[in-house]
Ligand binder design. Structure first.
Ligand code: ATP
Ligand code: MG
Length: 581
């Protein structure tokens, strides 16, 4: 490609809302162009990178045995009503009507559409397993579209859905996709971690996320410093805690604690460590609309120095069949109306007082003694509390893991890191097939709903994810597998016939050898062209300048910007570039 005849609208202007370097460079490098909030055009360079990423994904998905299709972006609402998601999905789902008043949605994900395909065409276990994928647009009306392609409203996703006749088969495909994703992200040159993710009420090891490590990431992940344990903070586990602090051993007794209601004040008052305080976190449950239940209070007990992880709390409620849509903080008034006193809430007689079915204790407190807790009376606490004397307490993993906690798998220590979610694999089981009555005949001739898995990759998000990890202060740095061009021939003086001839010959040779090359033949200053080379981030630059008189050109490696004088020999240059690839 000749730069002068191509379309790369680089600019010095940085849009005001572009806070991330990836966003700035993609705009300034002429890769993308914003059309509306969270909606972008891919200009030629952007399209080239998108295609390269898509090609790698496609090759690996095909190799893994998945089959490419393309589903409609516009989906009849009827399908979404069958699974109940039409009502539940919330405002991210764009719903609209056509001229005949038929309702539609713009697909934020395609479980319903693909399940409908299986329902129509797959009748027998003999046709299973099947993994169908597409690389296509998605629309999610995100509350806060931001960071350019990182969180768009319209974006490109690779979404795959597998169908199975058994859970064993689903587990096999889940592992196959796990491996496939690792190959994909390795080929893209990314430093990433596979983390356990929250799988909602389904639970288990049914969900993994692929996180690109980068400081700007919106997700916090917990990583062990010794083994390969890594988890999204929402799902992270830890070893049972221990402490050096002395336990407040005491006979069970009620104590006057006037105005002592915070964990900190209690610690000072009793001269103890917060480890021994039984803290109550009170939440209000908002139930799913179809349950038609009024809101109710839920109580979560934790150690005084632990925090409640809300995703875990919501899952625990739903595992106990609560049918909760969300949980919010209980207000002072909610607590008063329940005959309780903020800062003095404890487990004694709590169930009788509140009639609540939703009282849970963090796993770390199982059978613990020497605790101090609220007495459900104003200005009173109990000491010498022993949870092993209670019957039928419901324990669950509720606490948010902290830096310094011990890894659940080894003696290592947990630290936080920031990650960008670029992929997510998920065991769906029969969540969709059951509702849509998508069934097949098993080997006994019995009708069974398909067992399903789903596997997503944020294809357009990968552009900024790569840049956040690799770029420098000058501009984009791509992996050689994703750069829009591999070589930029920077022609220093377009009036110098010798330079022009050499640049043209080199250009033709590289093209002939199928090396993607851009010839910067624009009638611009050398410095200007160099700046564009740095900004765009083509893997290698060959500077054809004055030194050509001495039979020399310069090779620049964009990643690190090392320069090297080499002899102006077209064969040798081509070989050198091939070696570097
Ligand atoms: P996030 O937590 O970032 O909102 P998600 O968990 O909702 O993502 P999934 O439903 O798992 O996303 O979608 C699969 C993949 O699509 C994600 O791993 C992510 O890489 C990508 N993705 C999701 N939302 C967006 C978006 N608004 N813009 C760009 N890519 C997105
Ligand atoms: Mg996800």
């Amino acid at each position: 490609m000749r730069f002068s005849q191509f379309f790369i609208p680089t600019t010095k202007e940085t849009p005001k809302d572009a806070v991330l370097k990836s966003h700035q460079y993609l705009i300034r490098g002429g890769y993308i162009h914003q059309v509306g909030s969270g909606i972008y055009n891919f200009l030629p360079l952007g399209k080239r990178v998108l295609d390269k990423i898509s090609k790698i994904i496609k090759e690996e998905m095909d190799r893994a045995g998945a089959i490419e299709i393309m589903m409609g972006f516009t989906t009849p609402a009827e399908l979404w009503k069958q699974t109940g998601r039409y009502d539940k999905y919330g405002k991210e789902l764009l719903r609209f009507k056509d001229r005949k008043d038929n309702e539609f949605v713009l697909g934020p994900t395609c479980e319903e559409t693909v399940t409908d395909i299986a329902k129509n065409f797959i009748k027998s276990y003999k046709n299973l397993p099947l993994n169908l994928y597409q690389i296509h647009l998605k629309f999610r009306d995100e509350v806060r579209p931001r960071f350019g392609l990182m969180r768009g409203r319209e974006f490109v996703m690779k979404d795959a859905y597998s169908f199975h006749s058994s859970y064993e088969d689903l587990n096999k495909e889940f592992e196959n996709m796990h491996q496939t994703y690792q190959r994909i992200f390795h080929r893209l040159g990314l430093d990433f971690r596979v983390v356990d993710a929250d799988s909602g009420a389904i639970g288990g090891s049914g969900s993994k996320e692929f996180m690109v490590l980068a400081d700007c990431g919106e997700d916090t992940i917990a990583i062990c410093n010794q083994c390969d344990y890594a988890s999204n903070i929402e799902a992270a586990k830890r070893q049972k805690r221990t402490t050096q602090a002395i336990a407040p051993k005491a006979e069970f007794a009620k104590f006057n604690t006037p105005n002592i209601s915070s964990v900190k004040d209690l610690c000072e008052f009793f001269k103890i460590d917060a480890f021994y305080i039984l803290k109550a976190v009170v939440k209000k449950i908002i139930f799913l609309p179809e349950s038609q239940k009024e809101s109710a209070l839920a109580f979560f007990f934790l150690r005084g120095d632990d925090e409640l992880e809300e995703t875990k709390a919501l899952n625990v409620l739903n595992n106990f069949g609560a049918g909760a849509l969300e949980i919010v903080d209980a207000t002072q008034q909610d607590i008063r109306e329940a005959q309780l006193f903020e800062g003095f809430i404890g487990p004694y007689a709590l169930k009788n007082l509140t009639q609540s079915d939703f009282i849970f204790f963090d796993e770390d407190l199982r059978e613990e003694r020497d605790l101090i807790c609220g007495a459900n009376e104003i200005d009173k606490h109990f000491v010498g509390v022993d949870l092993s004397t209670f019957d039928g307490l419901k324990y669950a993993d509720l606490a948010k893991i902290k830096e310094g906690d011990l890894c659940p798998h080894c003696e290592g220590v947990i630290a936080y890191k920031k990650g960008i979610e670029v992929g997510h694999i998920f065991k769906l089981a029969d969540r969709y097939s059951k509702d849509m009555n998508a069934v097949f005949l098993d080997s006994n001739g019995k009708s069974m709903p398909f067992i399903m898995g789903c596997y997503g990759i944020g294809v357009s998000r990968l552009l900024p994810a790569i840049l956040e990890q690799k770029s420098d202060e000058l501009g984009c740095v791509w992996s050689v597998t994703t750069a829009p061009f591999l070589v930029d021939i920077i022609l220093s003086n377009t009036k110098d016939d010798r330079q022009v001839d050499f640049a043209n010959l080199l250009y033709e040779k590289l093209q002939k050898d199928s090396i993607e090359v851009l010839l910067d033949d624009r009638n611009e200053r050398f410095g200007f062209k160099m700046k564009d080379f740095e900004l765009i981030g083509i893997s290698f630059g060959i500077i054809v300048g004055k030194e050509l008189e001495n039979n020399q050109v310069e090779l620049v490696v964009r990643d690190g910007m090392q320069k090297q004088v080499i002899s102006a020999d077209i064969e040798k240059i081509t070989t050198l570039i091939k070696e570097k690839l």
